[in-house]
Design a protein around this ligand. Structure first.
Ligand code: TXE
Length: 505
């Protein structure tokens, strides 16, 4: 097998040499100087570009542009129908550039092109349409109970959003943040992950090629400790929305707390995927494989703790191993590939380190556990599964965030529920069973923000999505995003004159 290589002159779509910031409708020129970081292709380990890190002054310029667009610009003041027209224009342009955006996403994040083009690009477009609709349907409240007053509650945009995104699904997750923030009349500064700056820089350029006023959507590139920290600490920011790891989430929430800024955190998970004796085994198997291995195993909502009931456990695990071995790992640009490389070298090493952790805890490696040998370079990992000794082990408690499944067996459903809940996380829970009382018991007892019954990974945009416990604070949904990205204002008007004390008369 020949190594995959990156040749800029033969790239399918243009790839910037230096990814900079995009402020007030303009992508900054790279110029000289500044901190520059290499940007890698996880498929080939080639340096495909560099990132010029935004320092404090550059972040300040981006926040000032967003502030100006919010305080004085037309966006918060325009009619909702006009904003909706522009949001739909954004959707159309992003879809038109879908091949280019998907190419950059695959090149930089290692997600398979088939998955990104077929799913994430459409989701990105849908996010703009969905939140345009939400904003256009939003309404306030009126209270007439206290006579002679009419009190009207309206929702006003909150201001400038600092949006911090991760590397595991950059366009799908960050487009949701941008769309849900700006739909209600806010402006924003997005900071993508320093590992994956390429697709989102292009997305923000395309957004700014529509009729959207300048300064509404800005982007700064750089590391979390530098650019991210400058952004969330900036006094011109009104609200912080973050998706990423729990440790970083804690730091961001503390900082936002000091500045009294509302914060939404979508963090990690270690979700239990419960397969009961009463499951449709074939469907549960399909679902368990997708639940842990899709998106190269890097997703917060993965079903990463697979709990199988004893009567079916041996058969189920044997079939899971057999299928895992036949999954196509390889070049993420190849339409046949099912699992591409994980995003960066340090992450690959971290994921693989859990194989030794599992063994040292008395677990057994069932399949995989190594770098995939079919590619001479790149951060590929064989689809991996272990069976753990108990739920207290690290492989059952820590988010591994790669193509790495951990199995446990259980006897009674109550035991599975206890195991599911014995976790610091609470993002999602899965139950596979054809027996309604079992389904209802699990869905009512597992402490997680979303329960998937006989289905994997189904996001209903209208319904809340977010975590209990260390999986986060806040929810994404039509209503939750409206509440988060707007302030409530009560205006009270007497409907007739009323007696007033005449002080000093
Ligand atoms: O994420 P970080 P990391 C989990 C997953 C993964 C682990 C660590 O388990 O292995 O987190 O990943 C920015 N101020 N998830 O370390 O640090 C950073 O630049 C402001 C779950 O790569 O959370 C990037 O843009 N910003 C997950 C973003 O935070 C800061 C998705 C995410 O990076 C910052 C990703 C700071 N002090 C990882 N420090 C999910 N929920 O889907 C970092 N950042």
């Amino acid at each position: 097998m020949n190594a995959i290589t990156f040749d800029r002159s033969r790239a399918k779509f243009p790839v910037v040499e230096v990814a900079t910031s995009h402020i007030n409708g303009v992508t900054l020129s790279a110029g000289n100087g500044g901190e520059r970081l290499p940007v890698f292709s996880p498929a080939s380990e080639d340096v495909i570009a560099h990132l010029k890190e935004a320092d404090k002054a550059e972040v300040d310029a981006a926040v000032r542009a967003a502030r100006e667009a919010f305080d004085k610009g037309p966006w918060p003041r325009m009619s909702t129908d006009e904003r909706k027209r522009i949001m739909l224009q954004i959707k159309q342009k992003l879809i038109e550039h879908g091949d280019e955006i998907a190419y950059l996403e695959t090149l930089n994040a290692g997600l398979t092109n088939t998955y990104v083009r077929g799913f994430h690009v459409n989701r990105m477009g849908q996010n703009f349409e969905f939140f345009a609709e939400v904003a256009s349907q939003a309404s306030g409240d009126a209270y007439l109970q206290t006579k002679p007053y009419l009190s009207v509650v309206t929702r006003e945009p909150i201001g400038v959003g600092a949006l911090i995104g991760p590397w595991n699904a950059p366009i799908a997750l960050c487009s949701m943040k941008i769309a849900s923030c700006i739909a209600f009349g806010n402006t924003c500064v997005l900071k993508p992950s320093e590992f994956t700056p390429l697709s989102l820089l292009r997305v923000v350029e395309i957004i700014n090629s529509t009729d959207i006023p300048k300064g509404v959507v800005n982007l700064v590139n750089g590391r979390g400790q530098v650019t991210g920290d400058a952004l969330i600490s900036h006094p011109g920011v009104d609200v912080v929305s973050f998706t990423g790891g729990t440790t970083t989430g804690r730091a961001i929430a503390s900082k936002a707390g000091q500045n009294l800024k509302p914060v939404a955190l979508e963090l990690g998970g270690k979700s239990a995927n419960i397969i009961a004796n009463s499951a449709n085994l074939e469907r549960a198997l399909d679902g368990a494989l997708l639940g842990i291995y899709s998106n190269n195993g890097q997703q917060c909502l993965a079903g990463s703790r697979i709990l199988v009931q004893s009567k079916i456990a041996d058969e189920f695990i044997a079939k899971f191993i057999e299928r895992s071995k036949r999954i196509v790992v390889g070049d993420p640009m190849d339409p046949k590939t099912q699992i591409g490389p994980v995003c960066y070298e340090g992450h690959m090493k971290r994921v693989l380190s859990y194989v030794d952790v599992a063994k040292s805890e008395g677990g057994e490696l069932l399949t995989g556990g190594k770098r995939y040998a079919g590619q001479p370079k790149g951060y590929y990992i064989e689809p991996t599964a272990v069976i753990a000794k108990s739920n207290t082990t690290r492989v059952c408690q820590e988010e591994i965030f790669g193509p790495f499944a951990t199995f446990l067996k259980f006897d009674e459903i109550d035991e599975a529920i206890s195991i599911a809940n014995a976790s610091d996380f609470g993002l999602v829970g899965y139950i596979w069973s054809e027996h309604l009382p079992t389904v209802m018991k699990v869905s009512q007892s597992v402490r997680a923000g979303t329960i998937w019954v006989n289905t994997p990974l189904t996001r209903e945009l209208r319904a809340p999505f977010g975590g209990y416990k260390d999986s986060g604070i806040g929810r994404d949904s039509a209503q939750d995003c409206l509440m988060f990205f707007t302030e409530a204002k009560t205006t009270t008007i007497p409907l007739q004159d009323f007696p007033m004390a005449k002080w000093g008369a």
